[in-house]
Design a protein around this ligand. Structure first.
Ligand code: NAP
Ligand code: GDD
Length: 348
């Protein structure tokens, strides 16, 4: 019988790649989605809306990490073999604006799900999407599974709660529960307000004359950036290991926002210094200056290694966003010519 996976955060960047991976491996995938006033399933539409070959192994259910009763009902009905808890208010800057809400979803959401498991009386494997933001003002470089945490944002603090409660349920209830401490990972599906995608969207739109300027915050911050597809593979590998454990997933290379700009704009033959302005609105009350991970445990125990380099990551994103910008331009041209012909007919 096919294994059943339940994913919270299925509509996000990682949720969409993980769904593809699990369907490829023969799983039935259930995704928790939130009711929203506009469509929020763009990243997974291609998986379940193909009229020629609809994939009935993917099913979406309404629920919310802030709503215990929905989580109980979902678990009772689905009884998954594996749960991937990827749902979160995941934007660090925004977490300073909505700290309490971030604590509810990103922190307490995890224990709601864990408690629902106990109430329903099932013992699925459990993956918690932990984050390199736990290291915050880093106490050691590079960061490993043993580096102490020093979170620097409401988001980081919420993730710290979720990390520890996952460890606690593993130790208290003999649950197969893992924390994947993932460093930044990006892709062509990355949300457009994260710095990597903000840059690749802007570089390609500026190239085609659709945008003039790019406003950014701290250009000196350094991150260990990998490709999201490689990282969802690590999630699955952790869940297939003999013992549940916590793993750092990272590339072992740090690059600054400035270097991300260099790489992106050079791929479209532009000099970013002519277009980028620093805007204090994007500064954070407390910044995380440097994140650099050491994933040797994941390599040793799981055999995990990243496949996509920093340069290739930026290229994948630029290639994708250039096509997007070309489509945007073509649509603008169609709209302009429709307006022009309307004006001509109107004048005659
Ligand atoms: P993302 O694109 O922001 O996706 C977040 C997902 O969480 C979306 O599907 C969102 O649904 C869902 N969500 C938000 N609030 C929810 C709620 N109250 N109940 C249920 N679902 C809710 O994030 P991502 O980049 O894919 O990251 C996945 C997870 O890994 C997150 O937990 C993130 O914090 C963590 N993480 C990410 C990185 C990274 O670099 N990407 C690194 C370390 C850890 P809507 O679409 O409806 O908003
Ligand atoms: N978002 C954003 N927008 N960041 C900017 C900007 C800007 O205009 N200008 C500079 N930055 C800097 C931020 O200050 C930060 O130091 C760095 O770019 C990366 O910011 P984000 O891309 O927003 O990512 P993040 O590192 O804060 O958080 C992401 O990675 C975490 C893992 O370390 C998110 O995906 C988190 O959910 C994840 O846990």
């Amino acid at each position: 019988m096919a294994k059943r996976a339940l994913i919270t955060g299925i509509t996000g960047q990682d949720g969409s790649f993980l769904t593809e991976l699990l369907l490829d491996k023969g799983y039935e995938v259930y995704g928790v989605i939130r009711r929203s006033s506009s469509f929020n399933t763009d990243r997974i539409d291609h998986l379940y809306q193909d009229p020629h070959e609809p994939d009935t192994r993917l099913r979406l259910v309404y629920g919310d990490l802030n709503d215990s009763s929905s989580l109980n009902t979902i678990l009772r009905q689905i009884k998954p073999d594996e749960i991937y808890n990827l749902g979160a208010q995941s934007h660090v800057r925004v977490s300073f604006d909505v700290p309490e809400y971030t604590g509810e979803v990103t922190g307490l959401g995890c224990v709601r799900l864990l408690e629902a498991l106990r109430e329903v009386g099932i013992q699925p494997k459990f993956y918690q999407a932990s984050s390199s933001e736990l290291y915050g003002k880093v106490l050691e470089v590079p960061q490993t599974e043993n580096t102490p945490f020093y979170p620097r944002s409401p988001y980081g603090c919420a993730k710290a709660y979720a990390y520890y409660i996952t460890v606690n349920y593993r130790e208290s209830y003999d649950l197969f529960a893992c924390n994947g401490i993932l460093f930044n990972h990006e892709s062509e599906r990355r949300g457009e307000t994260f710095v990597s995608r903000k840059i690749t969207r802007a570089a390609t739109r500026i190239k085609l004359g659709l945008q003039n300027k790019l406003y950014l915050g701290n250009l000196d911050a350094q991150r260990d950036w990998g490709y999201a597809k490689d990282y969802v593979e690590a999630m699955w590998m952790m869940m297939q290991a003999e013992e549940p454990d916590d793993y750092v997933i990272a590339t072992g290379e740090a690059h600054s926002v400035r270097e991300f700009l260099d790489e992106s704009f050079s791929l479209v033959d532009l000099d970013w210094k002519e277009y980028v302005e620093e805007d204090p609105r994007y500064y954070r009350p407390a910044e995380v200056d440097l994140l650099l991970g050491d994933a040797s445990k994941a390599k040793r125990v799981l055999g995990w290694e990243r496949k996509v380099s920093f340069k290739n990551l930026v290229r994948i994103m630029i290639d994708h966003d250039l096509k997007l910008a070309q489509q945007e331009l073509a649509m603008q041209e169609v709209a302009t010519s429709a307006l022009a012909s309307k004006a001509r007919w109107g004048a005659s």
